[in-house]
Design a protein around this ligand. Structure first.
Ligand code: ZN
Length: 236
């Protein structure tokens, strides 16, 4: 079985703290086979990671966490920016045109600054003849959401949506959080993972339970430490 963490942020996210090389090295160290870089409305970190990945013997899926009008949406296997602010179904169709697939991250999760898709928005997309062929997964375990109950709601939603794959991710904004939630799949490459997502053959694994205090404390510390790297990235 392969292990993937499909929701990781780098300093290219406004709230990310880890550099691309550090993320790649950590992924290798903690035994992940495949990772997806999904910065908020930003593709540059993902493209850089994709380019550097072979040096770190890790496979990277380029992605974005898109801020749609209805909440956050993960787009995987895309190499171009997708405009934020569009309706969910329009965004999903746009991702499809760009050759990607979508996963609904932390559905229904609430919290400061969080914009999550509602169950009705997700169900509407899954009922749409074309969008349902692109939105093929629900994140039923998000290791760092501060709204713990939302993982249970996501699991219930997934159970009501036959044919949709379940996905476990860290949503890491720090190196320490990477791999705290992972997706298990038959095989060990990104192509195997995509096959497994298509047929709903993925499973979730909770590797580490971090407390809200640990998540926030570690993020705040790393946000300060990463300031020079973030400034260098913004003003190269
Ligand atoms: Zn995220």
């Amino acid at each position: 079985m392969g292990l993937a963490d499909l929701h990781i942020h780098t300093i290219y996210s406004y709230d990310g703290t880890a550099t691309v090389p550090a993320v790649l090295s950590q992924a290798k160290q903690i035994g992940l086979d495949v990772i997806a870089i999904t910065d908020h409305d930003e593709i540059r970190g993902a493209l850089k990671a994709f380019e550097l990945a072979p040096q770190f013997e890790i496979e990277v899926i380029p992605g974005i966490e898109i801020t749609t009008a209805e909440g956050d949406l993960l787009a995987l296997f895309v190499t171009e920016s997708i405009a934020p602010g569009m309706a969910l179904i329009d965004t999903i169709l746009r991702v499809g045109e760009a050759g990607g697939i979508c996963i609904a991250p932390h559905p229904m999760a609430r919290g400061a600054g969080m914009k999550s898709l509602s169950a009705p928005s997700i169900v509407r997309a899954l009922d749409h003849p074309r969008a349902s062929r692109i939105l093929i997964g629900i994140e039923t375990y998000n290791a760092t959401t501060l709204d713990r109950e939302s993982n249970l709601l996501a699991q219930k939603l997934w159970a009501d949506c036959p044919r949709v794959a379940r996905v476990g991710n860290s949503d890491a904004h720090t190196l320490q959080a990477m791999g705290a939630g992972v997706t298990e799949f038959p095989g060990n490459t990104a192509a195997h993972l995509l096959d497994a997502l298509w047929i709903g053959a993925t499973d979730i694994r909770q590797r580490e339970q971090m407390s809200s205090a640990q998540i926030l404390g570690s993020w705040a510390l790393n946000f300060v430490i990463s300031a020079p790297a973030r400034i260098a990235m913004a003003y190269p």
